[in-house]
Unconditional design. Structure first.
Length: 424
């Protein structure tokens, strides 16, 4: 089942359909309105034939014009030649002294406009040259017969008006073409920006999902290697923690890949969710909103602290103010900031403790601060992918982010996330 909405009614009409409609209007309008004596004379009086014979000739030229309309999309220049021929024939414009009224050129002007809007520039220029050349050639014959290349009083000759309308039709088609090209350019830029933003989002999630667990695994593996002979029980505990961290990392990757695969599926095809048993440190009351593939949040801080403590880093969590539920994107960003900061402390700070503070005292924001008294995070603070990803997360949420060494030693990461209207 397709979810693409149908096109508006007017856009369902093909270029040939619009041109055929314009031809019918140009043929029927003079008889109904009775406002163009010259045109009616060209249709009926110039041949000096009966009305039945005149309408039979109009029907013949109409068949020719409809054939041109059918060819308009595949062979635009050939179709335009047939339309011009039918127009000149039905109006007797090839006879002496007969001018082409603008109403007779409706089909030709419509075809010129559509060709200019839809076809390559070379084709549109050839079509414009063809129409303007025919009209100028027709006008060139009229001055010898007292006709209309010149303004007569305050009025413009009928053929002069037809030439002006043809120029306007070409300009309208060109404007439509430029608008479409501009829209396509904007669409391509928006698509490129969306792809880039999605790649950055996936990169952040992959980094935040894997980096913490891999850091814990590396520390536990090193500890197990050092005590495997003297303290086999400690080595077994470290290996158990490695197994748990590895399973949780794989589960997180499966959830992420499942979400990416589901986005590629048709919305009408159900994709089975990937279930996995909760980790040994997951609180029994933890609940994640449906549809978010159990993304972590601040409710997982106790589990994060327990996992990190098993790797030799004590995390002191302090809450200020009343805890309140946050929107999923705020909750996830807050957890990722803490997780990445704690991971950096484990990997770089060379310390045994750090402090995590979550300040919820203000109703319109949540403030997060992670501090340690280690030896710092390297010579260039914030140069890694982790902190760069955190800056991007906070910037997308219109918050403030700071990561820098502390004056008295150690490192400090702080973030302020606006939550105005974000309490669910």
């Amino acid at each position: 089942m397709s979810l693409t909405p149908p096109l508006p009614l007017l856009k369902r009409v093909s270029p040939g359909g619009w041109t055929a409609l314009a031809w019918c209007v140009s043929v029927v309008y003079p008889s109904l309105a009775n406002t163009s004596a010259a045109y009616t004379s060209a249709l009926h009086g110039a041949r000096g034939a009966t009305g039945h014979r005149d309408w039979a000739f109009i029907a013949l030229t109409t068949v020719l014009a409809l054939a041109a309309c059918a060819l308009l999309r595949r062979r635009p220049l050939s179709a335009l030649v047939l339309l011009i021929t039918a127009t000149i024939a039905v109006t007797d414009a090839w006879r002496s002294g007969v001018q082409l009224p603008p109403t007779a050129l409706l089909a030709v002007d419509a075809a010129l406009c559509l060709i200019t809007a839809d076809c390559p520039r070379r084709t549109s220029r050839a079509a414009a040259a063809m129409v303007l050349g025919v009209l100028l050639g027709h006008l060139a014959l009229l001055p010898e017969l007292g006709g209309g290349l010149f303004l007569t009083g305050t009025s413009i000759g009928a053929s002069d008006s037809g030439l002006l309308v043809a120029v306007i039709a070409w300009l309208v088609g060109r404007s439509i073409r430029q608008s479409r090209e501009h829209a396509r350019t904007l669409g391509a830029q928006a698509a490129s920006q969306a792809v880039t933003a999605e790649r950055l989002r996936i990169a952040r999630e992959m980094h935040d999902t894997v980096a913490h667990s891999i850091g814990i695994i590396a520390l536990q593996a090193g500890a197990a290697r050092r005590v495997i002979d003297s303290r086999p029980d400690r080595a077994r505990d470290a290996l158990a923690e490695i197994e748990t961290a590895g399973r949780e990392t794989l589960a997180g990757l499966r959830r992420m890949l499942g979400a990416l695969r589901q986005a590629d599926q048709d919305a009408s095809v159900p994709v089975p969710a990937l279930h996995h048993p909760p980790g040994p440190h997951q609180p029994p009351g933890l609940h994640h909103p449906p549809g978010l593939h159990q993304l972590p949040g601040l409710a997982d801080l106790d589990r994060l602290a327990a996992t990190t403590a098993s790797a030799g880093l004590r995390v002191e969590v302090q809450w200020q103010g009343e805890r309140r539920p946050l929107l999923p994107e705020i909750d996830l960003a807050a957890f990722r900031i803490i997780q990445e900061s704690v991971t950096n402390v484990v990997r770089h700070a060379d310390t045994h403790s750090c402090r995590v503070s979550i300040d919820c005292r203000k109703a319109d924001e949540v403030a997060i601060e992670i501090t340690d008294r280690g030896r710092g995070h390297g010579t260039t603070p914030g140069s890694g992918y982790g902190l760069a990803g955190l800056r991007e997360r906070v910037a997308l949420l219109h918050g403030e982010f700071l990561a820098a060494p502390r004056a008295g030693g150690g490192f400090r990461v702080s973030a302020r996330l606006p939550v105005a209207g974000g309490v669910r």
